[in-house]
Write a protein that binds this ligand. Sequence first.
Ligand code: FAD
Length: 436
Amino acid sequence: MLRSAALSATRPRPVDRLIEEIEGDVLLPTHAEFDRARRVFNGAIDRMPHAIVRVRNERDIVNSVSYARSNGLPLTVRGGGHHFAGDAVIDGGITIDLALMRQVHVDPKQRIARVQGGATWSDVDRATQRYHFAIPGGTVSSVGVGGFTLGGGIGRLTRAYGLAADNLLSATIVTADGRLVTASEGENDSLFWAIRGGGGGFGVVTSLDFRMHYLSPVVWGGAIGFRLEDAPRVLRIMRDLMLSPSRALSASAAIVRNGGRPLLVMNAFWIGDPAAGDSAVRPLREAATPVMDRYAPTSYLALQSADVPGGRRGWETSAFLDQMFDDTIDAIVDYAADATLAAPRIALLPLGGAVNDVACSDSAFGGRGAEWLVQAGASWDDEGQDAEATDWIDRLHTVVADDATGVGYVNMIAGERPAHSEWTRARLRAVREQWA
Ligand SMILES: Cc1cc2nc3c(=O)[nH]c(=O)nc-3n(C[C@H](O)[C@H](O)[C@H](O)COP(=O)(O)OP(=O)(O)OC[C@H]3O[C@@H](n4cnc5c(N)ncnc54)[C@H](O)[C@@H]3O)c2cc1C
């Protein structure tokens, strides 16, 4: 009796109403899972939201948006939590965590996959590959489809079939004022333009419909490693191969450290006739003697199953290149050799091919027309190394300045560098004013 009287005298908190309304879970700072749930891939991000709402459906999202609005709280959306900037979480705000909304429905007849906003590429690849279909996705399986696609989305199928965003047919979105809308070529087209390359910040994308592409059950792929001294020659050959009109081969490169020594890792991928997979990379294999060679017949799903554990401190930046001249290749190799960090990484990702089948103004993606994306990043554990790491990473912009378009990739920029042209930024602002 005494106990219930005391309970009824307790003034309900505004968040109690949200807890009652939500079918998913509302995690508050006192909750045992809260500390894990507020963490993202980048271990340097240490933010304390007011609440994390693990939504189960669109109604939960609408209720969370309305709660944040009526209490004047900032709102963030967490997909896979992989962006280095950590925009998925915010101090004192509401985080809508989409981890319980990961279903993928495949319609093999229509060649369309409907993907919930919290799915990862692992969810999508497993569902679509059952029918030998694929959507151009990321190369790390735990990356979120939502954030990836909103920024454009570059992967091993990009030269053949375009960005993830180029294969987006429509999306359903809960807007900042709590409405559920569809965005496609024929409906709310300015919003559809913005969510294909503009990055996050245009509401909560609850589901995405993608066009799928048939892939042979046998593709060729895998890493071929070379010594850093061979990198200038191998990278020139990779560049020339990627200028070929054939889109069946995609070759990207990363310069990393292996046991303290710099190593060039080529990632080749072939989706043409399996009988020609071996000869497709012969020029690369003959450019220098590989120190490691795992390029072989395999399945797309096996290649896509790679993952990278998060939790270390990290930062990254990137630059689109119109083209890549020999002196830029040499400068990139010298830059890699100069790094004093334990785990630096420079990646060169080919664009061109199907990416250039879409006009620049058709979507907000900032790299249309560029031939290459160069990314620099690093992981470390000691906070005392932050300045050394970010200084080295940001130096990329000086190294590639001669060939750079002037913008980087919104999904791979954690600092203040621009990811869109002035024209695109102005249009994104206008769309945000209308919808956010
Ligand atoms: C290990 C690793 C590998 C990567 N590999 C690639 C690669 O191969 N190719 C490539 O192009 N990029 C790659 N990236 C970059 C990646 O595309 C971006 O980090 C992307 O933003 C991740 O999306 P996310 O949903 O996992 O991240 P989050 O941090 O959760 O989201 C990123 C942004 O998108 C918003 N967002 C996410 N989902 C939704 C949604 N459903 N509705 C509304 N807003 C949403 C978030 O609010 C945030 O602003 C990689 C990143 C890492 C860490």
